[in-house]
Design a protein around this ligand. Structure first.
Ligand code: G3P
Length: 219
């Protein structure tokens, strides 16, 4: 599964991209607002740090506006993916922008049939919001599984980008459900590596080596 960071914080992205494990970034208007900076400037910096897909969300809600904004953000860098909402105008824009060879991420997906429409509209990515589905007492991971089944039934190439990830379990379950990508806040990314037995085991190895004076010559 590809790992995307769900943040517009350039310093954080730079820090975690250095691991070599970050395949892309997703941003949205709420995350952009948190930076207090110009959205285009932020996107440009992120695209220079991460060579993979960087989602930039349009603010317009009508087709013409989305087309204008989508084309404008696509000029920021080659790795920009234009994010549009799952509305009729958003899907029309998705079709037109993907016909122009641009990458499109259709966001705010809450049902399997919405995801089917996005795939038919040529979306590069579909973003089901796992956490927000769970928030209303429904099954966020079930949504990912249903989309996987529909896409596999018909050979849709649209990648499932599991979004609104709130926990390490969400990451594990999304990977098991066949999501192509998981986008997550940096706090969750950091936690993916943790296991108490790894720490305990490493401490024991180092202590044993020290006790017996085991060394590795490097020159
Ligand atoms: O990727 C979508 C994400 O930013 C929404 O997350 O936690 O606000 O539902 P959340």
């Amino acid at each position: 599964m590809k790992i995307f960071l769900d943040t517009a914080d350039v310093a954080e992205i730079r820090e975690y991209a250095a691991t070599g494990l970050v395949d892309g970034v997703t941003t949205n208007p709420s995350l952009a607002a948190k930076t207090g900076r110009d959205y285009a400037d932020v996107l440009k910096e992120i695209c220079a740090v991460v060579p993979g897909s960087v989602s930039a969300e349009v603010l317009a809600t009508d087709f013409d506006g989305m087309m204008k904004e989508g084309k404008a953000v696509s000029k920021i860098a080659k790795n920009i993916t234009i994010k549009v909402p799952l509305t009729w105008d958003g899907l029309k824009a998705c079709r037109a922008l993907s016909n122009d060879g641009l990458m499109v991420n259709v966001t705010l997906c809450f049902s399997p049939v919405q995801a089917m429409l996005a795939a038919k509209a040529g979306a590069t990515f579909i973003s089901p919001f796992i956490g927000r589905v769970d928030d209303v007492g429904e099954d966020g991971m079930g949504l990912v599984r249903d989309i996987r089944a529909i896409y596999d039934n018909y050979g849709f190439k649209t990648e499932i980008l599991a979004a609104s990830i709130r926990s390490v379990s969400h990451v594990r379950e999304a990977a098991l459900a066949g999501a192509d990508v998981g986008t997550m806040p940096t706090e969750i990314f950091k936690k993916l590596i943790s296991h108490p037995l790894t720490d305990k085991g490493l401490a024991a190895f180092i202590a044993d080596a020290k006790k017996a004076n085991v060394t590795i010559k490097t020159s």
